[in-house]
Design a protein around this ligand. Structure first.
Ligand code: HEM
Length: 188
């Protein structure tokens, strides 16, 4: 129930984020891909720190091992790119989502973990396009490899648990997508 609401009510935001990153664009170059990684790193680092800080006790096990900002750093390093470069000029500061309730926190986790699903397709595309293997430059998108489905099902189960406030979950997801969208739009 919450899952179908999440999927439906964040569809337009997902589409906008996908369009901003343009990772499947035939025109994507390694240089352009590095800019995407830089934008993602700038957004992911503070978001992940907020998820860590506000992780509710009941989700401590669920959260374990889902930190992936360091993979963006490794991918940038593997491609010889600076992690801090950003487009010159002003950009709008993005507001982090309010993760003060367990339900909103879970809504944010839905967004960050959902990106491992699209990541499977993105990884295969990058491997084909740039001839990369063994995770070169794309460990972030590889997610948990063969365990991605299993890890996603654990998130789905938490989202389907009885008693969750669906509005707060959806609101947490909305705010998280908005945060990413504003961050990416400011840098890409
Ligand atoms: C930071 C960027 C991204 C975030 C936060 C994100 C988030 C999500 C979320 C939350 C879902 C789960 C939807 C659901 O089943 O309820 C999802 C699935 C998906 N995403 Fe993304 N996504 C991102 C980038 C992308 C990009 C760039 C693409 C494509 C180029 C993409 C393609 C997909 C696809 C194909 C699925 C469905 C996978 C499946 O059902 O097996 N995503 N993403």
């Amino acid at each position: 129930m919450v899952l179908s609401r999440l999927r439906e009510e964040t569809r337009a935001q997902h589409r906008r984020v996908e369009d901003l990153l343009a990772l499947l664009s035939p025109a994507m170059t390694v240089r352009g891909y590095c800019r995407v990684l830089q934008a993602m790193h700038a957004a992911w680092l503070p978001l992940e720190a907020a998820l860590e800080k506000h992780c509710p006790a009941q989700y401590a096990d669920l959260w374990r091992g889902r930190q992936r900002a360091h993979r963006l750093e490794a991918d940038l390093a593997a491609l010889g790119c600076d992690r801090d470069a950003s487009r010159p000029g002003p950009f709008q500061p993005a507001s982090l989502p309010d993760l003060s309730t367990a339900a909103a926190w879970l809504g944010a986790l839905y967004v960050t973990e959902g990106s491992t699903l699209g990541g499977q397709q993105i990884s295969r595309h990058l491997e084909r396009k740039f001839g990369w293997s063994a995770g070169r430059g794309h460990t972030f998108f590889l997610g948990y490899g063969e365990r991605t489905g299993e890890r996603w099902r654990a998130v789905q189960q938490a989202l389907e648990a009885p008693g969750l406030d669906g509005n707060q979950v959806v609101n947490g997801a909305h705010q998280t997508f908005s945060y990413l969208e504003v961050s990416f739009a400011g840098r890409l």
